[in-house]
Design a protein around this ligand. Sequence first.
Ligand code: BT5
Length: 325
Amino acid sequence: MKEQLLKIFQDHQGEYISGEKISQELGCSRTAVWKHIEELRRNGYQLDSAPRKGYRMVMRANGIHTHEIKQYLTTKFLGRELTYFDATESTQQIAHKLAQEGAEEGHVVVANEQTKGKGRLGRVWHSRSNTSISMSMILRPPLPPQKTPQLTLLAAVAVVQAIKKNTGLQCEIKWPNDILLKGKKLVGILTEMQADPDLVHSVIIGIGLNVNQTSEDFGEDIAHLATSLYLEKDGASGQPVDRARLIADILLEFEELYEEYLENGFQSIRPLWESYSISVGTYIYARMIKEVIYGYAKGITDDGVLLVEDESGKTHHIYSADIEI
Ligand code: BT5
C-alpha cells in the first residue's frame, strides 16, 4: 500500500491530490489514507496538507526501505525478493545465510547502515547510515567456479551505467572491483561464492556505494581516497541523489547484462567493460599477497583474468590484486 501511495505522489509531483482521489486509487477508506500518510511522515517524508486541496509531497525521505525501492523496480527477478535492514553488520553475511537456507536467485539484501562492512582480504568497508548504499545480490548461475570473477566485472559495468543514467557522472573501473570517480574510490564490489570444486551453489555480489556523503562523513583513514556522488555532482551544492532509484537502476542494469552474459558469454560484455576501464592499455603495479608485478596491462581474458607483460616480455595471469596506475 505504501508503495502505491508513493507512486501516486511520484506521478503528481508538486501537485495537491485530494484524499478522496487517493482513497479511490488505493481502494481504501479516507481514514486508511490518513493513516498511511501519517506513516510516510514518520518515515521522514514531508507532506503538506491543505483544506479542500488534499496532500502534496514537499520532500522525499531518500530512504531505501523495500517499498521505496520497489516503486522504481522494473526487473523481472532481481530484487523482487528484498530483505531490508536499518542497520546490520554486513549485508554480505546475511546474504550468505539466506543462500544457505535456500534463498532463490535474485534475492537481494539491502541495508541503510553496515556496522561491520567487509572488503576483500578482511579489510573494512565503511557504510554510513542514510548516505550510502550497501547491498548484496544472491545469484545461482550455472557456471563453473573459475568463471565467477566475471560477475564482478558485470556488476562494475552495471553500476557505472546506472550512475551515468541517474547523475550524468562518468565513472571508471579499476580492475577488478573498484569504481573510481575523478581518481577517488566511489564503489567497492565484493564477489564471494558457496561452491564445491566443480559446482557453484551461489554467488553473492556485494556492492558498497558512496552516495550522499559530505567530506566530513568520511573517517580519517579514507578521507583522502574516497568520494561520493553528491561531492562530485553540481559542486556538492545540488539535491542529494535518490538512493532507492539508483538501487533499482543498478538491479535493472545488472539483470540485463546477466541475461546477456548467460546467453552469449563474456565476449558480449567485454567491450563495455573495456570502454570504462582505466586499468588496461597502461603500465601498472599489481600488488598481490606475496609479490608485486610491474608491467603493461595488455587486457583481460574471457575469464576476467588480467594479463600483465613485465619488462622481460613475460605475460603474467593476475587473478586478484590491488592495482596502482
Ligand atoms: C572492496 O574491498 O572494495 C569491497 C567492498 C564491498 C562492500 C560491500 S557493501 C555491501 C556488501 N557487504 C559487505 O560487508 N561488503 C559488501 P577492497 O578492494 O578490499 O577495498 C577495501 C578498502 O577500501 C579499505 O581498506 C579502505 O581503504 C577503502 N574503503 C573502505 N570504505 C570505503 C568507502 N566507503 N569508500 C571508499 N573507500 C573505502
